[in-house]
Structures are given as C-alpha cells and as structure tokens.
Design a protein around this ligand. Structure first.
Ligand code: GRF
Length: 198
C-alpha cells in the first residue's frame, strides 16, 4: 500500500512543519508522504519552507476558503490533514467530512489553556499568569469544538523561574511540539495505512 498522502495546514512561521519535514528526511515518517502545504496567509514563512523542501505549497484566501481547500485536497488525493500553527477554525461541516483524519498541535496540556482565543503566545501568557509549574503540548484529533477532539499524545515541559511567554513558547516548541507532532503523524498514518492495532 502507498504512503498516506498528508496535507499540512499552516498560518505562520512553520516551525512545526519544519519538524515534520526534518523527521521525514530522517526516515521517521515511513507511512506518511508530505504531499501538500496550504496556508490561509499569503505571507506565511511556512510556505517558503514547503517550497524549499519541494512540497507543493498553496495559499487560499478567505473567500470560499473551505470549498477551495476541499477541492485542492481532493485533487491531491489527501487522506490525512495536519494543522500546524493553523489559526483558522474549520467548520463542523468541514471537520465532519474527515472523521479521524484531522489532527492538531496545541501548545498546552489540554484541557488547560485551550479553546476559543487560546493560540500562540496567549497560551503561554495565561499559563504564566496562572502560575502553573508544568505545561507542555498536546496533539489531538480535530472536531468542531476548538481543541475539543480526542487526545493522541501529550508531553510535559517545566516552567522555569523568570520565564517570559517567549522563553516558555520556545521551550514548549523545542521540547514538546517538534517531538510530538512527527510521532503523532506517523502513528495516525500507520493506523490509516494498516488499520488500528487492537
Ligand atoms: C506554535 O506555538 C504552535 O503550537 C501553535 O502555533 C505556533 C506557531 O507554530 N499552534 P509554527 O511555528 O507556525 O509551526
């Protein structure tokens, strides 16, 4: 059976996409083929990362976004969608067409610091404000509830004395996100390709 054709949706710098590209280059994604990168922001550096890696990179504007995205995914024979720093909420109509086929990386230990309005630096600002001693990242299936789908993997990261939101964000990326996302993509792709292990 062929590798699972995977699309990565992005909006920003694309460091999580880069982690996937690098993991694939190290042979750590044997069951997933990174076939397409789509951004809802034309200026996303993630698109440049995709092009450098020889992956088809497309920008889709907000008019008819989901309809155009659906057509592009069909055209490319996509079977798995990865949200990696993607800042648009996909509708229930869209996510219901992809049960168990959309996963997302969130920079906290869900159910803490997640849901409507919790993304990027704000997540770490809230964690520091609350005074948690441990935070981390979560990869989960996507449904119509922001950050609401079943959890796949989580990884804890210590909050250190003197942490700023930027320092904490960087540590969560390095020690959790960039490790968890490739592992989760390979796990889900393998299950799609060969069926779930009982
Ligand atoms: C990261 O904190 C990620 O967890 C969140 O968006 C931020 C930027 O991600 N989803 P990236 O560098 O664009 O992958």
């Amino acid at each position: 059976m062929l590798k699972v054709r995977t699309a990565v949706l992005v909006s920003g710098g694309g460091t999580n996409l880069q982690a996937l590209i690098d993991a694939s280059g190290r042979g750590e994604l044997p069951d997933a083929e990174l076939a397409l990168v789509v951004s809802n922001r034309k200026s996303a550096f993630a698109l440049e990362r995709a092009e450098k890696a020889g992956i088809r990179a497309e920008y889709i504007g907000k008019d008819g976004f989901e309809q155009k995205l659906g057509a592009l995914l069909d055209e490319c024979g996509i079977e798995l969608i990865v949200l990696a720093g993607f800042l648009k909420i996909l509708s229930a109509d869209f996510t219901e067409k992809w049960p168990g086929r959309i996963i997302n990386i969130h920079p906290s230990l869900i159910p803490s610091f997640c849901g409507e309005g919790y993304y990027g630096l704000r997540v770490h600002e809230e964690a520091l404000k609350y005074g948690v001693k441990v935070t981390g990242a979560t990869v989960h299936y996507v449904n119509h509830i922001p950050d609401g789908g079943r959890i796949i993997f989580q990884k804890a990261v210590n909050v250190l004395e003197g942490d700023t939101p930027e320092l904490l964000q960087r540590r969560v990326m390095e020690q959790a996100e960039w490790i968890l996302l490739p592992e989760a993509v390979e796990k889900v792709a393998k299950e799609i390709r060969y069926g779930k292990s009982c």
